[in-house]
Design a protein around this ligand. Structure first.
Ligand code: SAH
Length: 257
């Protein structure tokens, strides 16, 4: 067994104050913090001398996951205390599961430190509850990254449409036209409220609201880009009702709907 330890830590959605107290302590105590860009503004809590960016390499291409996996093992075998800092929660579309299994397979001790996932926090700070006693009794978290028209698609959009609950899509900016079409084909009404929350809790957060029929045009008009989450369902309309009283430190001066 290696002498070091790896903490798989969620940073929360971006605002450094939405990182857990435990995550902050572990960052302070760590010898090395491996991170990518997704923690956004919360990276300000990581001292430069501990930071190791495994998001992008020089030249712009992504660091292969195998490199990150091996680097975690290597550092632990050197006896280091390592924080692997991931945006949101490490186990929600964060490859934390893969890293954990790799560590276990190489006899490295680890601890999991959950974080506030963007699919809950992004809508939350924008005045959108992902469940609501009157409008949504369930919520599904799905990836929009893959092509919904492919027969082997892992996300069953028709089944999701049938739940009647909220659908929160991660990595879903590019494929928005495909999965909104798939949901409409499955019978979901074109006037179903839809919201996009871009860089939720970052100082330049933006929110755009429309319907299943209009949201692709809204995305293009506002110019929404990743990272953003898509919220589909009646709860997306709550923002308009509360907005006048929603104190948001994140949206100053941005165009919003
Ligand atoms: N582990 C992360 C998700 C990583 S997948 C979590 O739990 O939040 C990357 C996707 O997360 C992005 O494409 C986007 O859909 C979402 N995301 C992450 N941070 C975000 C933020 N601050 N605002 C909106 N979406 C965010």
């Amino acid at each position: 067994m290696a002498d070091g330890i790896v903490y798989l830590v969620g940073s929360g959605p971006g605002d450094p104050e939405l990182l857990t107290v435990k995550a902050r302590r572990l960052i302070e105590e760590a010898d090395v913090v491996l991170h990518d860009k997704l923690p956004g503004p919360s990276l300000a809590l990581v001292p430069d001398e501990k930071a190791e960016d495994v998001g992008k390499r020089a030249g712009g291409e992504r660091t292969p996951q195998e490199y990150t996996n091996d680097r975690l093992v290597e550092l632990a075998q050197e006896g280091r205390t390592v924080v692997r800092l991931k945006g949101g929660d490490p186990f929600v579309f964060g490859r934390g599961g893969e890293e954990m299994e790799h560590l276990a397979a190489h006899d490295v001790e680890f601890e999991v430190v959950p974080g506030v996932t963007a699919g809950v926090a992004g809508p939350g700070v924008a005045g959108i509850p992902v469940t609501h006693r009157e409008y949504a009794s369930s919520v599904s978290f799905v990836t929009g990254h893959e092509d919904p028209t492919k027969p082997e698609s892992a996300v069953d959009w028709a089944a999701l449409a049938a739940t009647g609950g909220t659908i929160v899509v991660y990595m879903g900016v590019g494929k928005l036209p495909d999965y909104t079409a798939a949901l409409r084909e499955a019978g979901m009404a074109g006037d179903t409220p839809v919201a996009l929350v871009e860089r939720g809790s970052w100082p330049d957060q933006r929110v755009a609201v429309g319907t299943l029929a209009s949201i692709v045009d809204v995305r293009d008009e506002v110019g929404i880009e990743p990272p953003a989450v898509t919220i589909i369902g009646p709860v997306a309309a709550t923002r308009a009702r509360v907005r006048a009283f929603l104190a948001s430190p994140y949206e100053s001066g941005n165009e919003q709907s």
